[in-house]
Design a protein around this ligand. Sequence first.
Ligand SMILES: O=C(O)CCC(=O)C(=O)O
Ligand SMILES: [Fe+2]
Length: 363
Amino acid sequence: MTINTDDFKSIPVLDLSRVETDKAGLLADLQAALVTVGFFYVKNHGIPVEFLDATTAKAVEFFDLPLEEKLKADKINSPTFLGYSVQGNEITKNKKDNREQLDFANELAEFWKPGQPEYERLTGPNVWPDEAVIPGFKEAILEYWDRTHELANRLTHLVAEALGLPADALDKYVDQNQQHRAKLIKYPAVDALAPSDGNQGVGAHRDTANLLTVLYQANDMPGLQVQNHAGDWIDATPMRGTFVVNIGTGLEYLVDGVAVATTHRVLNPLPGKGPRYSIAYFHGARLDQKLYPTPMPQHILNQKPATVVTDTAGFQYAALYAQNPGLYAVVNRMSSHRDVAGKWYPELSKEHGIDVSGVNAGY
Ligand SMILES: O=C(O)CCC(=O)C(=O)O
Ligand SMILES: [Fe+2]
């Protein structure tokens, strides 16, 4: 398969079974996808579609719960920013996102103590709905986390190799005991919204500070779009059984800009179509030490396209990220969820000019 290196009109599909049969060819295609597109589908990734269907059913069951049950898992209950956000709680580019979501992660105990860095408060147990109300939910969602985490680790090794580095070159940016965040998302169709809500499911953004996003488009509902270098929006149409993988600004920073964190957005489904569901897993870089870009091989640096349309507002705290990724992570979370910031981080919010009486401002 050849990928057009001038610009892209579609998102490449990579067959991971080629690791066994044609690894060099797979890595060449992955390199082109990383440098030029920043997005690719993966198929034959080893996670059975039946398992993905069962996870989707659990996600739908959660969103179908009465609001009062979902609100028992509200983010406001915890300093971790894990838990439920009611529809319209997040703002991207000064417009309300029409989606509801449950943020979750691998289950870790709280370990922050007063006097330790504030970012350590991001790590802690999930905020679950009541097990009696949705039996088996926690187990199903944590198993999904395990499987996508394993896939993200495999992909991180392939990404390093595709960029001319040893397979383990990016491992030092990940702490094996850290928490990686993920979310179940529901985007209602526009006829389930108020006319003034528009159709912004999530506004144009780049994924901030993570290495890779492994996204499962959980039903056959279009809406995800990726911006090419000319500024055109390219549909990432759901393909059953595949994942969509994209680059976060963390990886872009750590590989000296050769893998591109591409701007994307989601539009709510058209009237009468019903909701769109997705599950996003964000493979994070470690928060506990200053990170430095890896020196990249010259032949890889030479692959950088001359022009890339990027959404610089999507990485508004870039300088802080380079300085202190842990602090960056809290500031970013606080900016997105100002209600949680006001409750759990009043001092830190003030210090970083985050107006906790103001609107949430995702990305
Ligand atoms: O739901 C999707 O398809 C994409 C979600 C997304 O881009 C995000 O949450 O960062
Ligand atoms: Fe995203």
